[in-house]
Ligand binder design. Sequence first.
Ligand SMILES: [Zn+2]
Length: 386
Amino acid sequence: MERREDRCRAVVAECSKEAFNSGLDALARALKNWSDSRGGKRAGRPVGFPRFKSRRRTTPTVRFTTGTIRVESDRKHVVLPRLGRLKLHESARKLARRIDNGTARIMSATVRRDGGRWHVSLCVEVERVVPVPARPDSTVGVDIGVKHLAVLSTGELVPNPRHLSSAQRRLRRLARSMSRKTGPDRRTGQRPSNRWQRASARLGRAHARVAHLRRDSLHKLTTRLTREHRAIVVEDLNVAGMLRNRRLARHIADASFGELRRQLTYKTQWNGGRLFIADRWYPSSKTCSGCGAVKTKLALSERTYTCQTCGLTIDRDHNAALNLAALAAEYDTAGSGPVAARGADQKTRVRGQVAVKREPGTATVGQTGTVSPQGETTDRVLTRVH
Ligand SMILES: [Zn+2]
């Protein structure tokens, strides 16, 4: 009994108390989510009871919230409790500059191992001036797709880099090589061989590289869009539903539609812009951007939109992007329409629904829709996230 206690104390002295607290904190949050979900206090999908997390299978991570967390004056090292002075691969000069002139304060530091490398992320409270987008009057519609990652209403095509597809051959080869080596086996108690462990690390690094490349190109795209345009309009895509399509799932996950929208949401806030999300049922592809006629059918294979009413011929995705951009313009001309608030789901994010248009002559209860200049025949609903 005594000996066990001694061992325990030795372990605590060696590693930071935060290592234990990170795990307990995560468990506490998981339990809270579970009980809130059961009690109906939490929106969204039902949350299950937290599962056991093995230290062998999860990403090693620890969050430091107390103690000395600082960036060294050489800007190449960071000091963390227990771990001490750590050399950084990237320079922390931008952060150090902000800390020096008092516009930033470090709240916590998270250390995590990802793809064979250790990363430290510093959570920082920053005082910043919200800039004005480079083109404060411009509105851009963004049609998200698989063929092109995004088609803008300006006519620009943003290619889909398809990082996963191009890495697929190498990933397959590495996985095959790993499968030929002696891995761990629970039933027989077989320990993994050194070769298996090396092969496993190689495969892990290859997967991490795909993730890093994808993250890089997404960040570049969303930063550029939000810095340039004041209003950005995207479709409300049912990503979870689309991932259930087995033929498309891999490509959709590789293009990471959901992440694109998440980044646009916070970056428009950072850059003084606005993000509009068109209703899921808004027929952006089926509507003619020239005359407003809506087709009843449009096969996915039809890459060019040809309007039977006005004879417009235009690229399918460009047409959709133009329609999305037009939605935001209508929202603006409609002014502050009746906003039926559905309750703020976050402090900074207010969601509201606004009926932008309705068919002339139809009685829509309690809405002050503007009369469509194009003879539109469908109601359009636009959700604004600000
Ligand atoms: Zn037309």
